[in-house]
Design a protein around this ligand. Structure first.
Ligand SMILES: [Zn+2]
Length: 451
């Protein structure tokens, strides 16, 4: 058996691992490279193998850094099955077409501003192609075994977002695990990740390899912010990621209202994508912590504004309210329109609820920027800006260590660390070498591992 690291090695995006046995070739995850331009450029480079040699793709979860390259394969003629968990399939139905739409918009933007060396820049793929590739999805249930050639595979619950799994592959007398992104023991929405079986090799994510999550109570923190903002008669703006984060916020706010810890002020979810994702979370309630009643309460507490017209009417509200809208790092999306009209007002509060990458508007605002540039114009920023902790979907290095200890992995098991910044990978390797008997290395980009 042979494994080649084609992405997600030495970086957190572009996850792609090629697994080859004597009889089959399987691509595990099919992620987009995101972030810096030199990384995104890799999305345009051809893969180092003929795609008609691939028998199947398996996705660990729906985030674009694990699924967003699938339309490129489809565009190049790939028509074999793509296995993923049922909820992942439903989420891909929203995320991939949206990604195609964004690629089209980016290409138009580059063309309009003459930012490309091509006279007519093309999108990496368009919405129609992304919709087309959905026909390849073969949804499976957690722990349901399926076969590709003589390899037997199954996904087990990983608790990172809805549908997220760790993949176990058995072939040629060996068993290999792909952790995918691993969740937390005490996540607000998701159940803890299921412990792994005995393995010969594990590819393990290291997103939080050098960081610990702050121990904080997001319910108490958010209650405090809502109450202070309401007292000032202001508006609370929450830039949010559409998958997982928006639903956690909805659940926290609904619970706080039910417990009478905050007043019953209007809450708007101003993101068509997050609204569709919330519906999927309610449909797959068996895969997270919330029961039917809590799902119902979370939807009832929030007003959904799908259309642009509905979104625009929010500017006519003159009493305290909460608006949750994309994007999570305020790099785009509807939140920017609310920023333009409300950041200059001292009674406005802004809460970021996840990691803000360097250079993003979110990071600048958290660093106290007094003015913010939006759509080419400067706006003064008088809003109270804070970070809400406790909503991350990744286990930190102690939580991952705990998860490994609960597994059936034997001393000497080979572990290759993936999906982390160079600092996170180094730190996680050193920590796990010190604390466990596993044989640890950091996976190198392009490396080919024989088993
Ligand atoms: Zn993820």
């Amino acid at each position: 058996m042979k494994i080649t690291f084609l992405g997600g090695a030495g970086t957190v995006t572009g996850s792609k691992y090629l697994l080859e046995t004597g009889s089959s070739r399987i691509l595990i995850d099919c992620g987009l490279f995101q972030g810096y331009k030199w990384l995104r450029r890799r999305n345009w480079q051809p893969l180092p193998f003929a795609i008609n040699k691939i028998d199947a793709v398996v996705l660990t979860h729906a985030h674009l850094d694990h699924s967003g390259y699938l339309p490129v394969l489809y565009q190049q003629g790939f028509r074999r099955p793509v296995y993923c968990q049922q909820a992942t399939s439903a989420l891909c139905g929203i995320l991939l077409p949206d990604s195609g739409h964004i690629q089209e918009e980016d290409a138009k933007y580059y063309s309009r501003h003459k930012l490309s060396r091509h006279s007519k820049p093309l999108p990496l793929y368009d919405r129609a192609t992304a919709e087309g590739c959905l026909e390849l999805l073969k949804p499976v249930e957690f722990d349901e075994k399926f076969t590709v050639g003589e390899a037997t595979l199954y996904l087990q619950y990983a608790g990172h977002i809805l549908g997220a799994g760790s993949l176990v592959v058995e072939a040629e007398g060996k068993r290999v695990g792909f952790s995918g992104d691993v969740g937390r023991p005490d996540d607000i929405l998701m159940n803890p990740p299921q412990p792994l079986p005995e393995l010969d090799l594990l590819l393990l994510e290291a997103t939080y390899g050098n960081r610990r999550h702050e121990s904080s109570d997001p319910f108490a923190q958010l209650a405090d912010i809502v109450n202070k903002t309401a007292k000032k008669g202001g508006v609370l703006l929450v830039p949010s990621f559409a998958v997982g984060r928006a639903q956690a916020l909805q659940h926290i706010l609904a619970s706080l209202i039910a417990q009478r810890r905050i007043p019953e002020i209007p809450i708007y979810l101003d993101s068509p994508m997050a609204i569709s994702v919330s519906d999927i979370y309610c449909r797959y309630a068996r895969h997270h912590r919330l029961n039917r009643e809590q799902c119902h309460r979370m939807c009832e507490a929030v007003t959904y504004t799908r259309s642009v017209e509905e979104s625009k009417t929010l500017s006519e509200q003159h009493y305290p309210h909460v608006i949750i809208a994309g994007s999570g790092m305020a790099t785009g999306g509807r939140i920017l329109h609310h920023f333009k009209r409300l950041l200059g007002d001292q009674s406005t509060s802004v809460v970021f609820c996840g990691y803000q990458a360097e250079g993003t508007r979110g990071a600048k605002m958290l660093n106290g920027a007094e003015s913010v540039k939006i759509h080419g114009e400067w706006f003064s920023n008088r809003a109270q800006t804070t970070m809400l902790h406790g909503l991350s979907g990744h286990g930190d290095y102690l939580e991952i260590h705990d998860w490994l200890q609960k597994s059936a992995l034997q001393a000497g098991t080979r572990i290759r660390l993936v999906h982390g910044s160079p600092e996170a990978l180094d730190s996680m390797r050193d920590y796990l070498r010190r604390m466990t008997g596993f044989e640890l290395e950091i996976a190198a980009d392009g490396e080919c591992l024989e088993l």
